[in-house]
Write a protein of this length. Structure first.
Length: 203
């Protein structure tokens, strides 16, 4: 009798594993982001969207969008209130300006230091890089996207790596209840950044 129960259990487990669809993702960033979106404790998705979720839609990884940027620090800048998609204001300051090339073309963006990241243990070495580009409203979210940039030495000008393949949507692209900083118009790139997360199609 026990052997019969074990056999039944074995086939049930096999069936479960076969029916469980793997999360999509070609890079560690994509797999990690998909895992966090599937997890109810970390996902910004509405319940109905999470239930059908298998993976976000990404552009294919392109090394042309991994750039070395010159960061010029602005040490005397002060924190200001950046508007968000709700009545909340996000405490930010212009940490500096980054200059870089994409496919031979020169670009410049302001990079920000967020009070929220400074207050969160383990996140204080990250800077906030919101940007707009010519894919917005078409293949990507209309409100622009974000990148988090790791900077080890915040006390001086430096060369940093910006990986646009890690560009992600603000949470309000998935659920309007979230309060997301609005990308400043000054951070518009007059080109198509075909890298990172694409627009999300809600169920």
């Amino acid at each position: 009798m026990k052997s019969f129960l074990y056999i039944c259990l074995f086939f049930c487990l096999c069936s479960c594993f076969q029916n469980k669809k793997p999360l999509l993702g070609d890079t560690p960033f994509q797999k990690s982001l998909n895992a966090s979106f599937k997890d109810a404790s970390t996902s910004p998705l509405k319940k109905k969207d999470r239930k059908a979720f298998r993976g976000l839609d990404f552009f294919e990884f392109d090394s042309a969008y991994v750039v070395q940027a010159r960061l010029k620090h602005t040490p005397d800048s002060t924190f200001f209130e950046m508007p968000t998609t709700t009545d909340r204001m996000s405490k930010e300051r212009v940490f500096g300006v980054v200059n870089f090339k994409i496919k031979g073309e020169d670009f410049e963006l302001k990079i920000y230091e967020s009070q929220d990241l400074l207050d969160e243990e383990g996140e204080e070495d990250y800077l906030f890089l919101p940007f707009l580009d010519n894919t917005n409203g078409d293949s990507t979210y209309g409100g622009g996207r974000y990148i988090e940039v790791l900077v080890h030495d915040k006390e001086r000008d430096s060369i940093i790596t910006i990986d646009f393949n890690t560009a992600y949507n603000p949470y309000c692209a998935y659920d309007e209840k979230y309060s997301c900083p609005i990308v400043p118009r000054a951070n518009y790139l007059n080109t198509e950044i075909k890298a990172g997360v694409k627009a999300f199609v809600k169920n």
